[in-house]
Design a protein around this ligand. Structure first.
Ligand SMILES: C[S@@+](CC[C@H](N)C(=O)[O-])C[C@H]1O[C@@H](n2cnc3c(N)ncnc32)[C@H](O)[C@@H]1O
Length: 212
């Protein structure tokens, strides 16, 4: 170690190790600011059946608080909830698979996620979720169901074996009078493996089913 070149290399390595946490910290702060700005600026702009801001924040918080890392979203639309989920996963080091039937909505969602810098956290799948959800490989610890409501029960049944214990299956619009919702609530409320609560942050309502 008397060689001055070795000492120099050792010093450079030491400095890199000491400085890197601050660099990464700055990166994640920059990402947070970029996402927050986008979400605020577009708060009233979503018009493709997207979740309201408060519901997006709710699902984000569930993921972060529980350190969930493998998420599935059914119904991407143009990506509002996708952004909230992907943002949460950027903090937990996770990944999301999101499914959408409509190619033009999916295209817009892909552009939106790119704009906020969250593309790396999302695997976009185009097609009918009836088939994709049956075939998709788990396990998952967080699911957000927001596509066709009269298929909610079947989505739940298909995901159930792939959902980890302690994971949550969430479903949107459960306070609304939409075909299939009453039956869905009856189904989850009576399921012996889950405890279900309803978040009422918005008038839409999110059913949150925790797997025991
Ligand atoms: C309520 S929107 C989703 C909103 C989205 N979660 C958001 O907050 O930005 C429901 C979406 O599900 C899609 N969808 C409906 N049935 C579907 C199916 N069988 N497979 C895949 N996507 C479906 C619709 O095209 C629509 O874009």
């Amino acid at each position: 170690m008397k060689n001055p070149t070795n000492i120099k290399l050792l010093l450079i390595g030491l400095i890199a190790v000491l400085v890197s946490p601050f660099c990464f910290g700055q990166d994640s702060r920059a990402l947070d600011q970029r996402v927050e700005k986008f979400l605020q600026e577009n708060r009233q702009q979503w018009k493709d059946l997207n979740v309201p801001y408060v519901d997006g924040k709710m699902i984000h918080d569930i993921i972060v608080e529980n350190n969930y890392q493998s998420a599935l979203e059914i119904g991407t639309s143009t990506g509002h909830s996708t952004i909230w989920i992907a943002w949460a996963l950027s903090k937990t080091g996770g990944k999301l698979i999101t499914v959408e039937l409509d190619p033009s909505r999916q295209k817009m969602a892909i552009e939106n996620l790119k704009e906020v810098g969250l593309s790396d956290y999302v695997d976009f799948r185009l097609g009918n979720a009836h088939q994709i959800v049956k075939e998709v490989e788990g396990p998952f610890d967080f699911v957000f169901s927001d596509a066709d409501k009269d298929w909610y029960i079947q989505y739940f049944k298909d995901v159930h074996p792939k959902l980890k214990q302690g994971g949550r299956f969430t479903a949107h619009n459960v306070l609304q009078n939409i075909s299939g919702i009453r039956e869905y609530m009856e189904f989850v409320n009576n399921h012996p493996d889950y405890v279900t609560t309803v978040d009422k942050s918005s008038s839409s309502g999110i059913a949150i089913s925790l797997k025991k």
